[in-house]
Design a protein around this ligand. Structure first.
Ligand code: ZN
Length: 211
């Protein structure tokens, strides 16, 4: 038994609208370079930079204007299995994310570890990384992103018994400028359902994260 939940609220942009935005971004970045004092039109290494940068930012933010990847939900209740164990946590990770920080628009690069305890429904395994990567493809605040992942999976699996998430990422706005801490990571975690009550479940999840 298989059910498809198709889309997210945001509509995909038409090709024409995407092209209109790309061109506008290109013009704006030309002005940006000129304002910074660069004669970019006469520099062979910079003459195509506005085009490249426009494309790059659309790539970094594509989660914002593309629908959520289709999700496959499998119904376990139709399968004949004797209930000998109650909880089977499903762990996935590391899932690589490449994002942008909302504050500086500089890259965030990190890993996400995700675990959930199904009730009667499970997700297609590869869909979990796909959704997490899609959520990361927009400017984020790591604290909110962590909550957003939990919320998204909770919407997809309303009967889920528990969700755990751990995010470890380097923020370029901290490593290449400002405080210049190249080795510092930001770590966030969140627990929902059974994980909130059980220290054993939390410890079991965190033990699987070897980094
Ligand atoms: Zn930042």
């Amino acid at each position: 038994m298989e059910k498809l939940i198709k889309s997210w609220e945001n509509l995909p942009l038409t090709k024409e609208e995407l092209e209109r935005r790309r061109e506008k971004l290109e013009r704006l970045f030309e002005e940006f370079l000129t304002t910074l004092g660069f004669d970019w039109k006469n520099d062979p290494n910079m003459v195509d930079t506005p085009r490249r940068v426009a494309k790059m930012f659309l790539e970094f933010t594509e989660g914002n204007f593309t629908p959520m990847p289709p999700v496959t939900v499998f119904d376990l209740s139709s399968m004949e299995v004797d209930e000998v164990v109650e909880k089977v946590p499903v762990f996935v990770g590391p899932i690589e994310i490449k994002s942008l920080c909302s504050h500086h628009f500089l890259p965030i690069i990190g890993n996400v570890y995700f675990e959930y305890i199904p009730e009667d429904k499970v997700l297609g395994l590869s869909k979990i990384p796909r959704i997490i990567k899609w959520l990361a493809r927009r400017p984020i605040i790591q604290e909110l992103f962590t909550k957003q992942v939990v919320k998204t999976f909770l919407d997809l699996l309303p009967t889920v018994k528990g969700i755990a998430i751990y995010v470890k990422a380097k923020h370029m706005c901290m490593t290449v400028r400002g405080v210049n801490e190249s080795n510092a990571y930001m770590v966030t975690e969140a627990f929902y359902g059974l994980y909130e009550e059980s220290e054993d479940l939390r410890a079991n999840f965190l033990r699987k994260i070897k980094e």
